[in-house]
Design a protein around this ligand. Structure first.
Ligand SMILES: NC(=O)c1ccc[n+]([C@@H]2O[C@H](COP(=O)([O-])OP(=O)(O)OC[C@H]3O[C@@H](n4cnc5c(N)ncnc54)[C@H](O)[C@@H]3O)[C@@H](O)[C@H]2O)c1
Length: 454
């Protein structure tokens, strides 16, 4: 693993060359996709925008726990149609086919001929987008196969866990002018969207600090004999850092305009001892269970401190091996007050009494995000309290209208690269590690995410 981030090797050559031929700061690129040439644009104001579509046809790779959830949501999203599904477990593919057919669509084609069959899906199916909700190792290979076949790529979290792979996704998305989107559902949860709206309305003043993380007792999931138990625990045997940063950092990055006015600069990270999974082995597994022989290196609690280019600070935690209630912390502090979650509470100078908290509930009447107010969304909501529907709804809306997506390849890369950045810092006695700027300076002109209507 190299110590230096990779951005020096990537010097904006391709986009620089394109910019030379563009007018008024707009990059217009032609890309051959199947039998049609599509015109796509990227401007100083907007990241990638692709032509409007009538229907978004989807090939879906990996229909286990989360993939099946997405299939259910997408069947309810106007304008989306799942035309193919792929899984190494044929029953999983069949289950997804049944869901789509029962929802009134044509039965999607199944690709269940082994671990590489997603390539055949990418290369042969006439679709616009390839989604993947596979184990972490497969996100990059599936996205790469999709983009090389002229499709947009959509992946579950994290998009990648190696910095080199984050660059690969960015470079390929730019080369082919394809979207490569990581679905970070927590950006769409009700409290996160309330906080974003309050920040945009200026109540918090200038945002200076965030605290976030993924604090979830996953011991049962990691030792399950199906689903994530088949692959997730293995990462704890060889990696020590923050393995799952995006649920926490995604919303905070939006509050702090990361990639859109500010940028991550560097981090330091520290992991504590590894005890939780070992104790679970001893307490819960049969004496002859081969998993008792596994050894783990993942510290139960990993902490990171991130400094942004504008000098702001973020505290990020990963804590998934110990008994504890669920939390993503979700704290954001500005010059005029602060907001936090678990439970959701707000203190705004001049509004909140003394130095005390108010329940966030009191702010919904005035500051509920328009997407959460919308009947269209409320009626169809589902999955993790509604946010899983909303993230798919927004993505499909943006693709249908030809608008820049809320989350883009630069967000996927910036949020996901924290996996390796924390691992490098931990391995180096908490040394400071530079965080690559995948936008190559364009964060200075890209605009903060707007508050959108349904
Ligand atoms: N955003 C969220 O809230 C959330 C929640 C759960 C999981 N996830 C993410 O979703 C992804 C999947 O997690 P999960 O819980 O659904 O896991 P899972 O193990 O239940 O599902 C993975 C599916 O991929 C299939 N698969 C494995 N190798 C394959 C291959 N080569 N080709 C095609 N299919 C293959 C498996 O058979 C399985 O059906 C992970 O990235 C995870 O981090 C996100």
């Amino acid at each position: 693993m190299q110590d230096q981030p990779q951005q020096n090797r990537r010097d904006f050559l391709k986009l620089g060359a394109l910019a030379g031929t563009a007018t008024l700061g707009t990059l217009a690129t032609g890309c051959f996709s199947g039998d049609r040439v599509v015109i796509t644009t990227m401007t100083e104001r907007d990241p990638l925008r692709t032509p409007a579509m009538k229907t978004v046809r989807i090939g879906f790779v990996g229909v286990g726990g989360m993939g099946t959830n997405h299939v259910n949501q997408l069947c309810k999203v106007p304008g989306a149609e799942i035309v193919a599904v792929c899984d190494v477990v044929p029953e999983h593919a069949k289950r997804a086919q049944d869901i789509v057919e029962k929802a009134g669509f044509k039965r999607p084609a199944a690709f269940d001929k082994g671990p590489e069959d997603y390539r055949r899906l990418c290369e042969t199916v006439d679709c616009d987008v390839v989604y993947t909700a596979t184990p972490w190792e497969l996100h990059v290979p599936v996205c790469v196969a999709a983009m090389n076949a002229g499709k947009h790529a959509v992946t579950e979290v994290p998009a990648a866990y190696r910095i080199e792979d984050c660059w690969k996704l960015v470079e390929l998305a730019e080369k082919h002018s394809r979207h490569c989107i990581m679905l970070e559902n927590c950006c769409y949860d009700r409290v996160e969207m309330l906080f974003l709206n309050i920040i945009r309305k200026g109540l918090l003043g200038e945002v200076l600090h965030g605290e976030c993380g993924y604090l979830h007792d996953l011991r049962g999931v990691k030792f399950s004999k199906d689903g994530e138990g088949l692959w997730r625990r293995a990462h704890a045997t060889r990696r020590n850092g923050n393995l799952y940063p995006t649920h926490g950092i995604g919303p905070v990055a939006n509050y702090m305009n990361i990639n859109r006015g500010d940028q991550f600069d560097y981090l330091v990270s520290m992991s504590g001892p590894s005890r939780g999974l070992q104790l679970f082995q001893q307490d819960k597994l049969e004496k002859d269970d081969p998993r008792r022989a596994e050894q783990y290196v993942l510290g139960d609690v990993n902490l990171a401190l991130i400094k942004t280019k504008l000098g702001k600070t973020i505290y990020l935690v990963h804590d998934t091996n110990l008994p504890r209630p669920y939390s993503r912390i979700n704290l954001v502090q500005g010059t005029r007050g602060l907001m936090k979650d678990y439970p959701p509470e707000i203190h705004i100078e001049g509004r909140s009494p003394g130095h005390g908290w108010q329940k966030a509930e009191e702010y919904y009447a005035e500051f509920e995000h328009p997407l959460w107010r919308s009947d269209k969304v409320k009626q169809a909501s589902g999955g993790h309290g509604g946010m899983d529907y909303l993230e798919n709804y927004r993505l499909i809306q943006c693709l249908l209208k030809g608008e820049p997506t809320d989350m883009n390849v630069y967000d996927a890369a910036a949020w996901s690269c924290l996996c390796e950045a924390t691992e490098r810092s931990v391995a180096g006695r908490s040394k400071s590690v530079d965080i690559p700027d995948f936008t190559r300076g364009r964060w200075k002109s890209w605009q903060p995410l707007p508050i959108v209507e349904a």
